[in-house]
Design a binder for this molecule. Structure first.
Ligand code: TK8
Length: 352
C-alpha cells in the first residue's frame, strides 16, 4: 500500500515538473518548504470556510495581491473559499502538518489547539469593535498569537468575523427563555456548547460547511453567526428569525503553517505579515460597512428581525456565568483577568 502511494506521489511530481516546463512556477510542496533564497517560487494554498462574496475572501484576495506584488512573484497564492479545503479545524490541522499554508479561522475552533483562546468566546467580552481592535492589535493580542507557535502555527494578524447573532426557524429570541429546546448548531468549541446548554438550548457542534444543509433539512433549528455571514451565505432562505443577541465578538486569526513561515526569507516573512495586517484592515472595514445594509436585506428577504435589549443580554450572561467561571478556572484565571483588564483599559482610552 505504502509502495503504491509513493509511486503515486512520484508520478504526481513528474507531472508537476513536466507541467511547469522547468520554469520558475514550481508549485510543488517541495518548493514550498525548501525556502531560503533559492529563487524558487513558493506556493501558498490559502483556504477559508466562507464563500467568495464575504469580506474575508475579498480581503484574502487583497493579501494575495500585496504578497505577489511585493515578492515579485517569488510567492504565489492560490485562494480557496467555501470550505473547499475543509473546515476551520481540518484546515488548521493541515497547517500543522505542513500540507496547507494559510487559513483564517474564528478563534473558537483554535481553542481546540490552544485552550486559552476560549477567552475570546466569553459572551459580551468586547463591548464594540473599536475596543476589540485595540486589545487584539495590542500587547495582549500579540501574546495570544505567540501561544500558537507551540502548535506549529504562526498567527500573523487578527481579522474580523464580528458580533454573532442568532437565527432560527422557530421563534424570535427576545429573552433567555426563548432558547429553551432550540436545536442550535454551534462551532466546534466546548465553551459554546456548554453556554448554550446552560441557556436551555439543545446545541450540536458542526462544521460550518455542513450548516446550510442541516438547517434546510431541519437537523438543526438554528445557528449563530455575524450578519454578513447570515446574508451572504443565504441563510435567510432556510431561517425565519434573526435576533441581535450580539453574544460574542468572533475574531478571525490569520494563520500560517510554521514550517512554511520558517522556510521564508526574513524579507518574505515581513511581507506576508505586514500584508496580513493591511488586508485585515480592509476585512474589518468592509465587514463593518456591510452590517447595517445586510440587516436591511435580511428584512427585505422576509426575515423577522428583532433587536435584543441590553436587559435581556444581561439576563443571558447571568445564566451562563457559572460556565464562564468554570472555563476561567480551566484556562487560568490570570489569563482571563489579563484580557478583561486590557478591555477595560482600551475602553478607558477610547473614552478620553
Ligand atoms: C468559516 C467559519 C465561520 C464561523 C462558524 O470558516 O463556523 O460559524 O463563524 O464563519 O469561521
Amino acid at each position: 500500500m505504502k509502495k503504491i502511494f509513493s509511486l503515486f506521489v512520484l508520478a504526481m511530481m513528474v507531472l508537476v515538473l513536466a507541467a511547469c516546463g522547468g520554469g520558475n512556477d514550481g508549485a510543488s510542496e517541495g518548493s514550498a518548504t525548501e525556502g531560503g533564497d533559492s529563487g524558487e517560487t513558493k506556493t501558498i494554498r490559502a483556504g477559508i470556510g466562507l464563500n467568495d462574496s464575504h469580506p474575508q475572501y475579498l480581503a484574502l484576495l487583497e493579501w494575495k495581491k500585496i504578497v505577489e506584488e511585493k515578492t515579485d512573484g517569488a510567492i504565489k497564492v492560490e485562494t480557496y473559499h467555501s470550505s473547499q479545503l475543509g473546515d476551520d479545524r481540518a484546515m488548521t490541522e493541515a497547517l500543522q502538518l505542513g500540507s496547507q499554508e494559510v487559513t483564517i479561522p474564528s478563534t473558537a475552533p483554535i481553542a481546540n489547539f490552544v485552550p486559552e483562546y476560549s477567552v475570546f468566546d466569553f459572551p459580551f467580552l468586547f463591548p464594540n469593535e473599536q475596543v476589540a481592535d485595540k486589545v487584539l492589535d495590542g500587547e495582549v493580542g500579540q501574546k495570544f498569537l505567540d501561544k500558537l507557535e507551540d502548535q506549529n502555527l504562526v498567527g500573523l494578524a487578527y481579522w474580523e468575523n464580528g458580533f454573532r447573532d442568532v437565527t432560527n426557524s422557530e421563534r424570535a429570541i427576545e429573552t433567555a427563555s426563548d432558547f429553551e429546546g432550540l436545536k442550535l448548531r454551534t462551532m466546534e468549541n466546548d465553551l459554546h456548547l456548554d453556554a448554550f446548554k446552560a441557556l436551555g438550548a439543545n446545541p450540536t457542534p458542526m462544521a460550518f460547511g455542513e450548516l446550510f444543509t442541516a438547517m434546510q433539512q431541519g437537523t438543526v433549528d438554528g445557528q449563530e453567526n455575524p450578519i454578513p455571514t447570515i446574508y451572504l451565505q443565504g441563510f435567510y432562505e432556510v431561517q425565519d428569525y434573526v435576533s441581535t443577541t450580539h453574544h460574542i465578538y468572533s475574531p478571525f486569526v490569520f494563520l500560517m503553517s510554521k514550517e512554511f513561515f520558517d522556510g521564508l526569507t526574513e524579507e518574505q516573512q515581513t511581507i506576508v505579515t505586514e500584508a496580513a495586517v493591511e488586508a485585515g484592515a480592509l476585512n474589518r472595514e468592509l465587514n463593518r460597512e456591510a452590517v447595517a445594509e445586510y440587516a436591511e436585506e435580511l428584512k427585505a428577504e422576509g426575515m423577522n428581525y428583532n433587536d435584543v435589549t441590553p436587559e435581556a443580554r444581561a439576563e443571558m450572561v447571568k445564566i451562563v456565568q457559572p460556565v464562564l467561571d468554570e472555563y476561567a478556572e480551566k484556562i487560568g484565571k490570570e489569563t482571563v483577568q489579563e484580557v478583561y483588564d486590557a478591555v477595560a483599559e482600551a475602553e478607558a482610552e477610547l473614552a478620553e
